[in-house]
Design a protein around this ligand. Structure first.
Ligand code: S3P
Length: 173
């Protein structure tokens, strides 16, 4: 299937959005866009530096601008886990994309994230599992209201997840 709008992947840190976006984009012959990479490119700074200099507020402003810039049609866009916090982002994603929520159990996320904190200042210097739980309590309802499909990635590799999304897309148009 070839929907005209973009596909936006949302979900917690460690759910596999960036990898799945690349694989799904290849399947569809679309462009993959990683919002965090776009933010870093635009800012000329890493995500960690942006959080240090501009705090989370500055990062969220950049994240909104990057989302606006990224939506363009026939793109698979991997977002950061907190993109749904801004109501403007949720409205944009709902209006302009087919939104898929990549989810995973707390156990799976914890295991994947232990060695993956470089781009994730929200995980620096804290107990990762407790922080993930706090974030989940706030964000889960927002993922739920924004996405049209939830895919559990806990026990699936990225290729399997991409294939599953590709086969479900027809029903989501
Ligand atoms: C964040 C998730 C990160 C990155 C930033 C903030 C969040 O992206 O955008 O560190 O608020 O959950 P990933 O979800 O790709 O890890």
């Amino acid at each position: 299937m070839q929907p005209a709008s973009d596909i936006v992947l949302i979900g917690p840190m460690g759910s596999g959005k960036s990898t799945v976006a690349k694989l799904l984009a290849t399947r569809l012959g679309w462009e993959a866009v990683d919002l965090d990479a776009l933010i870093e490119h635009e800012a000329g700074q890493t995500i960690a530096e942006i959080f240090r200099r501009e705090h989370e507020t500055g990062f969220r402003k950049r994240e909104h601008s990057a989302l606006v810039a990224a939506l363009g049609g026939r793109r698979v866009i991997a977002t950061g886990g907190g993109v749904v916090l801004d109501a403007r982002n949720r409205a944009l994603i709902e209006a302009r994309s087919v939104c898929i929520w990549l989810d995973a159990t707390a156990e799976a996320l914890g295991l994947r994230l232990h060695s993956e904190t470089a781009r994730r200042p929200l995980l620096h210097g804290v107990e990762i599992n407790a922080r993930l739980q706090e974030l989940d309590a706030v964000r889960r309802p927002l993922y739920e209201e924004t996405a049209r499909l939830r895919v559990d990635t806990s026990d699936a590799d990225a290729e399997t997840v991409a294939r599953r999304i590709a086969t479900e897309l027809d029903g989501l148009q």
